[in-house]
Ligand binder design. Structure first.
Ligand SMILES: O=C(O)CCC(=O)C(=O)O
Ligand SMILES: [Fe+2]
Length: 230
């Protein structure tokens, strides 16, 4: 039996030692980004998969003052519980959500700075800008997101990018080839980390945040996407 949980996490769950004390939150330089190729000779290529042009960029500790940002987002974002049709069934989504469409004011100025920094770095390669922001709150290790690709809209047929700022307790972001198979990459996302999924990643690979029995507190994921990608 699962214990009932409050709609919002208690911030007491946060481990103080994990967080820096800087109250001014913002993105740092992107020079330290590391690109990991998926398939095609990269990770998860055990089955001799052909070139699929999927990649993931990762940068640990991109954000400074990430604890202040976490607390402000946890407290001021209008988090919603949702149901979603998945595999032709309606299921409760085990995480809380908020969505900012193109042109909507973002809930914190540091997220605007993050988006500007990402656009400055990636727009030449992406050919457009990140414009929407999806926020997810994983209250504890029972919250998760199942295997999926962000394939609603243009990303069903075109290469694109989805950039994620991870805040709060660490959780793994796992990757496997579309349709199943062994996990090709398990990326532990820490407080203030940046991960960017690019190329054909949404079409040819799936990602998930698996449930964990580890004692983890809340995590917030901020996903920046271009127009028409969800
Ligand atoms: O929690 C994350 O960082 C991943 C979220 C995700 O994959 C999604 O919302 O599409
Ligand atoms: Fe996703």
């Amino acid at each position: 039996m699962t214990a009932p949980r409050p709609a919002l996490p208690g911030l007491a769950g946060l481990q103080g030692s994990l967080f820096d004390q800087d109250s001014d939150s913002g993105p740092g330089p992107l020079g330290g980004l590391r690109r990991i190729m998926l398939g095609d000779g990269g990770v998860g290529d055990g089955g001799g998969r052909g070139a699929d042009g999927a990649w993931v960029d990762h940068l640990s500790g991109w954000f400074h003052g990430a604890d202040a940002l976490f607390e402000e987002l946890a407290g001021c974002v209008p988090w919603r519980a949702e149901e979603r049709e998945m595999y032709e069934r309606v299921v409760a989504v085990p995480r809380l959500l908020a969505y900012y469409r193109e042109g909507d004011p973002l809930p914190h100025p540091a997220l605007l700075e993050a988006r500007e920094a990402l656009n400055g770095h990636y727009a030449p390669e992406l050919g457009e800008s990140f414009v929407t922001a999806g926020l997810c709150l994983y209250r504890d290790g029972r919250d998760s997101v199942a295997w999926h690709g962000d394939r609603i809209g243009r990303s069903a047929t075109e290469d694109t990018m989805v950039a994620i700022l991870s805040l709060g307790d660490p959780r793994d972001l796992a990757f496997r080839p579309r349709g199943g198979g062994p996990v090709g990459l398990r990326l532990p996302l820490g407080h203030g980390d940046l991960v960017v999924m690019g190329g054909s990643c949404q079409r040819t690979w799936e990602h998930a945040v698996p449930k964990t029995t580890r004692a983890v507190g809340p995590r917030i994921s901020v996903q920046f996407r271009p127009r028409g990608v969800a």
